[in-house]
Design a protein around this ligand. Structure first.
Ligand code: ZN
Length: 103
């Protein structure tokens, strides 16, 4: 029996996502498949997705829409406005970083 921990699965999903970004221009169909594999690894392993991986997928239609290629990003009032070109949905992400208070 092979034990696979969450760190290994996290690295594996990052590798799939990175490959999807690289193939997004040259082979978009392959990039979509690789991005779905990366997403499914994270959901099945219950890994909290980081912002850079969240930006690869549309929040509304859940499709692969990497920034610059198929989604538009604007900054307004300390938030990222991300508009998907697949479904036309617009969603926001705060830019502020929570600072820990020293006691
Ligand atoms: Zn969308």
């Amino acid at each position: 029996m092979v034990l696979i921990n969450k760190e290994h699965l996290s690295v594996e999903s990052y590798n799939w996502a990175y490959a999807a970004i690289l193939n997004a221009l040259t082979n978009p169909e392959l990039a979509v498949k690789q991005a779905k594999i990366a997403s499914s690894i994270q959901t099945k392993a219950r890994i909290v997705k980081s912002l850079d991986l969240k930006l690869l997928f549309c929040k509304k239609c859940k499709e692969f829409s990497p920034p610059i290629l198929s989604s538009r990003i604007r900054i307004r009032r300390k938030t990222l406005l991300i508009s998907c070109s697949v479904c036309g949905g617009i969603y926001r992400h705060p830019l502020e970083i929570k600072q820990q208070t020293l006691k």
